[in-house]
Structures are given as structure tokens and as C-alpha cells.
Design a protein around this ligand. Structure first.
Ligand SMILES: Nc1ncnc2c1ncn2[C@@H]1O[C@H](COP(=O)(O)OP(=O)(O)OP(=O)(O)O)[C@@H](O)[C@H]1O
Length: 251
């Protein structure tokens, strides 16, 4: 369980990115944060990751520091261009000083999870955007995290690749049941993936709607074309429109 209580974040510039944010994320839940640009989604992720301090409030964990195994996936795959896929994935393990033998096993497992075994010796310039993002996900998974923080990971990809990666991510999540906090601008992606969608409002950043997506997994194309799915998308869209001070009919 990750519990944010009355969390506020004011940057040195005076920007109030978050104000009195209360949020509980149970273990193994897939939660998406959606909201307009600048509403504080990335700030929430960074604070959970410990990349910066809260200005007030607390973030509590129902687990010990040792159990707090986090991994972060960013929109930009940020791969080392001079290193092969395998070596890019191995990087976080090198930083922990794990033995070469164990490192090899973990890298192979990660490559397999994202379906890139045959590209292990390729360089980033030889990969498509979707493949680069798979490498980035494999690099996060190689540390065997319990909590996966994903900041617009598929935002730069075309729709078909994005849709495929969404399905693959869900398959992986169903096998591993990490706690996932996923930031996206895309309502359809959020509803498809999540147990729960949090809609954030801006100035200051806060949660304006907390919507449970009460649909069973696995979710395939049947779900994406169902009326239940469309109803949830409409619901999220309406909350988002309200938060942005627009009528949803104008969107
Ligand atoms: N390091 C920083 N210093 C000052 N202000 C910042 C900093 N990081 C973010 N902000 C400001 O805090 C607010 C929230 O930013 P944040 O990046 O969390 O929003 P976001 O919802 O993730 O935006 P986007 O969807 O565009 O990525 C914005 O007004 C932003 O300009």
C-alpha cells in the first residue's frame, strides 16, 4: 500500500504543483493518472519514487525500505546508443554489483518477457520506437520490481504499436501483479489498462475523480469494443472536461 496524505508540492519557482493530495494505492493495483498538461501527474510519480521531497504531508508505505523495490519507465526510452540491447538492460544490475552469472540470467528473463530475445545484440539505432520502449521496460523489469512507475511510456508511439504494447503490458501485469502507477493523457489507454483511473485537475493539482474500472481481466479486443468500455471512457472524459472547465460537448 502506498498512502499519500495531505501531500502538497510547491516548487522553488513558487508553482503549487499539488495541494492536499490524498491517495491510497493498494498492492497489485493498476492505477492510471490522467489530466491536463501541468496538473502534476509526473510530480506525483516523482514524489512516490523519492525523486524530490514533499513540501508538506506524508507518503507512507505499508512495507519496509528493503521491500520497496521501485522501477521507473519514462516516455523517452533513454537508451545508451553505444550499447547493445542486452547491455542497456543490464545497466541497473551493474549498479547493484550483482554477479555476472545472475545478471546474465536476469537479462535473459527480461528479454524474454518483452519478446526481444532475437534483438539482444542489436544497437538502439537498429530498433523501431516500439522496440526501444520494450527495451526500456525490460531494463525496468530486470531489477524485479514490486512497484512500476510509468510516465507516459507509450506517448510517442503510433496507435497500432501503442495498442500492442498496452496488451503486452497487461499480460505481463497479470503474470506479475506489480503495483503500477501509470501516467497518460490517453483516456482510452487508461480505461483499457487500469483497475482504477484517477482524474486530476489543475491549478493546483489534485484528484477530482476516482473511477473504479469494474471489468474483468484479461481484457482483449472484446472489452475495447464493448459498451461498458465506452461508458467508462465517457465518464472519464466528462470528469476531465469538468476539471478543465469545459463542457464535454465542446470536446
Ligand atoms: N522542477 C520544477 N521546477 C518548477 N516547476 C516545476 C518543476 N517540475 C514541474 N513543475 C511545474 O509543476 C506543475 C506540474 O508539473 P508536472 O510535470 O508534474 O505536470 P504533468 O501533469 O505531469 O504535466 P505533463 O502532462 O505536461 O507532463 C507544472 O506547472 C510545472 O510547470
Amino acid at each position: 500500500m502506498i498512502k499519500l496524505s495531505q501531500v502538497s508540492k510547491v516548487y522553488k519557482t513558487g508553482t503549487v504543483a499539488l495541494q492536499d493530495l490524498n491517495l491510497e494505492i493498494p498492492e497489485s493495483q493498476f492505477v492510471s493518472l490522467v489530466g491536463a498538461s501541468g496538473c502534476g501527474k509526473s510530480t506525483v510519480l516523482r514524489l512516490i519514487a523519492g525523486l524530490g521531497n514533499v513540501s508538506s504531508g506524508t507518503i507512507d508505505w505499508g512495507i519496509t525500505e528493503a521491500q520497496k523495490k521501485l522501477a521507473f519507465v519514462f516516455q523517452d526510452a533513454a537508451l545508451m546508443p553505444w550499447a547493445t540491447v542486452k547491455d542497456n538492460i543490464r545497466l541497473p544490475l551493474q549498479l547493484t554489483g550483482i554477479s555476472p552469472q545472475n545478471s546474465h540470467i536476469l537479462v535473459q528473463q527480461s528479454l524474454k518477457l518483452v519478446g526481444l530475445e532475437s534483438s539482444a545484440h542489436s544497437y538502439p539505432r537498429q530498433l523501431s520506437g516500439g522496440m526501444k520502449m520494450r527495451v526500456s521496460i525490460a531494463r525496468a523489469l530486470v531489477t524485479q520490481p514490486k512497484i512500476l512507475l510509468m510516465d507516459e511510456p507509450f506517448g510517442a508511439l503510433d496507435e497500432i504499436t501503442r495498442s500492442k504494447l498496452n496488451s503486452d503490458l497487461l499480460d505481463l501485469w497479470l503474470q506479475h501483479r506489480w503495483t503500477v502507477v501509470f501516467v497518460t493523457h490517453n483516456i482510452y489507454e487508461a480505461v483499457y489498462l487500469s483497475n482504477r483511473v484517477l482524474v486530476m485537475g489543475t491549478s493546483p493539482g489534485r484528484v477530482v475523480a476516482d473511477i473504479q474500472i469494474d471489468a474483468p481481466y484479461p481484457r482483449g479486443d472484446d472489452f475495447r469494443t464493448s459498451s461498458v468500455y465506452n461508458d467508462y471512457c465517457r465518464q472519464v472524459s466528462q470528469h476531465l472536461a469538468k476539471a478543465m472547465n469545459y463542457s464535454s460537448t465542446k470536446l
